[in-house]
Structure formats: C-alpha cells, structure tokens
Design a protein around this ligand. Structure first.
Ligand code: NI
Length: 174
C-alpha cells in the first residue's frame, strides 16, 4: 500500500527510531512492502520508516535508473534494518540531495566518502557492505532519518539549498 510521506515540520520526523526486535513477522513484511511501493511510486532513491510515521530502524534504498538522480550510479535495491555505519576514512565529499519529506527541494550536503555499513535484511540475515560515492551518500541520508536528522540540518552553506525548478543546471551538476 502506498503510504503518506510526512513532510519536514512534522515532529515525528525528529524522533529517534527504535530497533526492530522481531524479524519475519507479517507486520515487518507489510512495512517493507509498503515502503518499497511508496518509494517506487514517488521515484525516490530511498525511504526510512519514520517518513511514513513508523518509528522503527528500517530503511530501504536503491534504484536502476532514477529520474530524480540521472547521473547517479545504480544502487541495488536494499533493505537495511538496525543499521550500523562506520566511516572508513576522514574523507568527506559534498553532493546534491533531495528528500521525499521536502518535495521539490535540493541541497548540497557533506557526507563521508567511504563507508562500511551492516544490518539485517528482509529475511533477518546480517550483512555488511563497503561502499563509496552516491551509494554511501544514500545510506547516510536514510540512516540520518533514524536519528531524527533531515538533510537541511547538515547543509553548510544555505546558498546551495533551494527549489529544483529554480536552481540552475550548473549548480545541480557541479
Ligand atoms: Ni530523506
């Protein structure tokens, strides 16, 4: 079922999400199905459970080709539950981000460039990946939602924040 996505300003987006303790339950399966359907419907690169008003540490992300991020390298569709993130170097990089909770807006956000993340998949298996670039960026963005952090809170220069329709093409691709 396509769920309503909360928008910035809703206090539920600022709460810290709670760990999942029961795997392979019908409730969790339904949540994951709803999250994927909602994300696909809105052409999102990722979605965190708090964005649909569920305060659990669950994120989904991934895409083949995304109209909202035409230059991004594809990321396999992934379910990540109770995630842990570890930066693999001090290196950060800036890049444009959007969020389904701030429709129509984009901003430049600094993120760790190299990352190891681990967590549980939909079947309750622990897995681990080392990633960089846009994949690393998406994971950090989605996992921030679990701490009640929205990307504008991380923007260093608010001149690089605005409505997609107003930002010049140069700004969006640099
Ligand atoms: Ni988001």
């Amino acid at each position: 079922m396509i769920r309503n996505v909360l928008r910035m300003g809703d206090p539920r987006l600022l709460e810290k999400a709670q760990p999942v303790t029961a795997f392979n339950t019908p409730e969790l399966k339904q949540l994951l199905a709803d999250m994927r359907e909602t994300m696909d419907h809105l052409d999102g690169a990722g979605l965190a459970a708090p964005q649909i008003g569920v305060g659990l540490r669950v994120v989904v992300f991934g895409f083949e080709a995304n109209a909202r991020y035409p230059d991004a390298t594809p990321v396999p569709y992934s379910v990540l539950i109770n995630p842990q993130l570890i930066p693999l170097s001090d290196e950060t990089e800036e890049g444009w981000e959007g969020c389904l909770s701030l429709p129509g807006l984009r901003g430049v956000v600094p993120r760790w460039k190299h990352l190891r993340y681990s967590g549980w998949d939909a079947e309750g298996h622990l897995f681990e990946r080392e990633v960089e670039g846009f994949h690393a960026r998406v994971v950090q963005h989605e996992c921030d939602h679990l701490e009640g952090i929205l990307y504008p809170m991380r923007i260093k220069d608010l001149r690089s924040f605005g409505f997609v329709e107003e930002l010049s093409e140069r700004q969006q691709t640099e």
